[in-house]
Design a protein around this ligand. Structure first.
Ligand SMILES: Nc1nc2c(ncn2[C@@H]2O[C@H](COP(=O)(O)OP(=O)(O)OP(=O)(O)O)[C@@H](O)[C@H]2O)c(=O)[nH]1
Ligand SMILES: [Mg+2]
Length: 298
């Protein structure tokens, strides 16, 4: 049987469940997730392979009204994928009210000829009999190839997503070997896992102003891996909150991160985390670049 292959982007407003869905579709947690909007900041590429062929997923930052340079960068990253893929998955929440954010995305999608599959996610949060009303509300704002109600969290109807993607993918070569899950370097995945724990433990504006860098990752002869990382924040007052009373908050973040990194690497790790202040780094091109938020060269 001739195999299919191609690129598929997941786009949508922040917090609609793009990263949760992608992780579930590939069967491994690569992209971090949280209940705070703007969790994903870069394009995260992962690979799904089965007997039908290969799907290369691009998870993207949520499309929103940017308030700083980091936000503009994130929206550009997401928007650019629209021109690079064979199929677009647009994720939305189950609602009949289509806000300006969604309308802006629809406008962009109406300018492309690429097939768009609408994913109405989080259907576990609504009554089953209401689902047709959400489909009805969305169906005319774009010429969708398909509309699929899904729950990424409860794993409802997610097989259908893979089936439908393969329908619209072109025939083509296998780009990666079957064992490849992602092209993200391990250091980056580790930094993201620490950022996820910080996002989940901290409140209000603090998580949005955090970046994480990994300065050292080195394996000892006995297999233990020493990791040194920094949490960068925007204000002295934020640093105090991130460290917490007697270092309690930082300990909580680091030990949650260590637990997950050890599980992923299947190795014991020794994790040291520092907290640094870089004032308003989200509006500073050079600092943003240092933390990995840099435009890809074409
Ligand atoms: N109830 C329910 N919650 C979900 C579902 N999918 C995702 N979530 C939750 O929604 C929140 C956001 O999920 P993410 O996967 O981080 O969302 P995202 O679209 O990647 O968000 P950004 O990266 O900020 O753009 C998390 O708390 C998820 O657990 C779902 O199907 N049902
Ligand atoms: Mg995400």
């Amino acid at each position: 049987m001739e195999k299919k292959s191609g690129f598929v982007t997941l786009i949508g407003r922040p917090n609609v469940g793009k990263s949760t869905l992608m992780n579930h579709l590939i069967g491994q947690k690569i992209a971090i997730t949280s209940n705070k909007p703007q969790t994903t900041r870069n394009r995260i590429q992962t690979v799904y392979t089965d007997e039908r062929g290969q799907i290369i997923f691009l998870d993207t930052p949520g499309i929103h009204k940017a308030k700083n340079k980091l936000g503009t960068y994130m929206v550009n990253v997401a928007t650019r994928t629209l021109t690079e893929v064979d199929v677009i998955l647009w994720l939305v929440e189950p609602t009949t009210y289509i806000g300006t954010g969604e309308q802006e995305i629809a406008k962009k999608l109406n300018q492309t000829k690429t097939p768009v599959i609408l994913i109405i996610n989080k259907v576990d949060t609504v009554k089953k009999e209401e689902i047709p009303t959400y489909i009805q509300a969305y169906k005319d704002i774009c010429p969708f190839a398909e509309i699929i109600p899904v729950s990424a969290l409860r794993k409802i109807n997610t097989e259908t997503v893979i089936d439908q993607i393969f329908r619209y993918l072109p025939y083509g070569p296998q780009y990666y070997d079957e064992d490849t899950i992602t092209d993200q370097p391990m250091r980056q995945i580790v930094a993201e896992m620490i950022r996820e724990k910080a996002l989940r433990c901290l409140q209000e504006e603090i998580p949005h102003g955090i970046a994480v860098t990994v300065e050292k990752m080195q394996e000892r002869k006995n297999g233990l891996v020493d990791i040194e990382a920094s949490i960068i924040c925007e204000r002295e007052s934020h640093k105090g909150i991130i460290i917490g009373k007697n270092g309690a908050m930082l300990k909580k973040i680091a030990s949650a991160a260590r637990f997950e990194i050890e599980r992923m690497m299947e190795q014991q790790i020794n994790l040291k985390v520092w907290v640094k202040v870089r004032k308003d780094w989200r509006d500073n091109d050079i600092l943003m670049k240092n933390y990995g938020y840099v435009e890809e060269k074409k």
